[in-house]
Design a protein around this ligand. Structure first.
Ligand code: GLN
Length: 391
């Protein structure tokens, strides 16, 4: 191969996304896709209409780089009214191409080469590559199954003089944890004492099964050291629209906006208008019904997985179930996932995708952001597979 075409060093220490790969496997094998977390049901009708209106109304050119004013205003109002956060749309809000870009822009705006970032393990697979792209190093804080509790003493032991930030994803993908007040307060205390920034991933803020979401930025002293990330994808079932949002202190927002500008210029202008519409117009009833429907989907899949011989428990939030398959097979997680796609006709994500260098070998993750009929079909296939002797 020509030396000129040698891939950059920074791309060599991570692989392509296994989550996205399993979607391709599901397509090839005709399996029910319970791998990648995207809904197979429609987005809210009014939101789709708002997007169409925006396109017909000629909102088809670049929006303001850091977000259309209507959307930044709506999002600031969202954080004020739901969480009592003091958010200024001009100083604190940046709209990005999904929470994925928000996380990358946040890291690139914040971190220097050699900095360390604490990532809770198991983790959503983007965080470590994001850290590497910023030249930083991920340090992993283990959460032990089946409770996946966050131990403050372990966090304290992991922090070094080079640690700059911690990534907190709650409700959590893939464990389903919603971190408790105790855990959140311990993280906040350590971040204040050791002068760390928390980069949160709150994309599942509206998908939880008990109580209300509590953003890290609302804990005492944390608004000034938290980069809050969320988006439209999960709350409004529009993962393909690529709309994310960042709320950050003014002192770091400028750096994040510069990175965002040169990476993507901006998120799709007409879709930003439709997200603003959804925030303004879809009231409590929409969010109650979203959580109720997700609860029914969760209960169906948890029961079905247990009936098929998986060991798992009901998540407290988000829409994933991490399931132990060791009663069904001696395969490793990757072999088992591919076999499940081919032989059972259901595609999960191998557990090792959520761990660095080993771990997750007897786990697979199932997503239940699917219609009840899709889940029912998936469960029947799994039960047939296990009744036939598994693998
Ligand atoms: N967050 C979803 C998942 O974990 C989808 C992520 C993605 O592919 N961008 O499956």
């Amino acid at each position: 191969m020509s030396q000129t075409l040698r891939p950059a060093q920074r791309t060599r220490s991570f692989t392509e996304s296994v989550i996205r790969e399993m979607t391709r496997v599901a397509r090839e094998t005709g399996a029910v896709n319970l791998a990648q977390g995207f809904p197979d049901f429609p987005a809210p009708e009014g939101m789709k209409e708002a997007a169409v209106r925006a396109i017909r109304g000629d909102i088809n050119q670049y929006a303001v780089t850091w977000g259309a004013p209507s959307l930044r205003n709506a999002l600031a109002q969202w954080y004020r009214s739901r969480y009592d956060m003091d958010v200024d749309p001009d100083k604190h809000v940046t709209i990005t191409c999904g929470a994925t870009e928000a996380m990358a822009s946040g890291f690139l705006g914040l971190l220097d080469p050699g900095d360390e970032v604490v990532v809770l393990e198991p983790f959503y697979e983007n965080y470590a590559p994001d850290a590497l792209l910023a030249g930083a190093e991920a340090r992993f804080l283990a959460l032990d199954p089946p409770e996946y509790r966050l131990h403050a003493d372990r966090l304290e032991a992991l922090v070094t003089p080079r640690t700059r930030a911690l990534v907190l994803n709650t409700p959590n993908n893939p464990t389903g944890r919603v971190f408790s007040d105790d855990e959140m307060e311990a993280v906040a205390r350590i971040c204040r004492e050791r002068d760390l920034v928390v980069v949160t991933d709150e994309i599942y803020e509206c998908i939880l099964y008990e109580g209300r979401h509590r953003p890290m930025a609302t804990l005492p002293g944390m608004a000034d050291r938290t980069i809050t990330i969320s988006g439209a994808s999960k709350t409004f079932s529009v993962t393909g629209w690529r709309l994310g949002g960042i709320v950050a202190p003014e002192s770091i927002t400028g750096a994040i906006r510069k990175v965002h500008d040169f990476l993507t210029v901006g998120a799709p202008a007409p879709l930003q208008e439709a997200w603003a519409w959804a925030i303004r117009e879809l009231g409590d009833e929409y969010f109650r019904s979203l959580a109720t429907q997700y609860r029914a989907r969760r209960d169906l899949l948890v029961q079905g997985l247990q009936d098929a011989g998986f060991r798992c428990q009901a998540p407290e939030g988000a829409y994933y179930i991490l399931a132990d398959f060791s009663q069904l097979s001696d395969d490793d997680d990757t072999a088992f996932s591919h076999r499940l796609a081919r032989e059972a006709g259901v595609a999960p994500v191998p557990g090792s995708s959520f761990f660095h260098g080993g771990g997750g070998g007897s786990l697979v993750r199932f997503a239940f952001c699917k219609q009840m009929s899709t889940l029912q079909d998936g469960v029947e296939r799994l039960i047939r597979f296990s009744a036939a002797g598994g693998s």
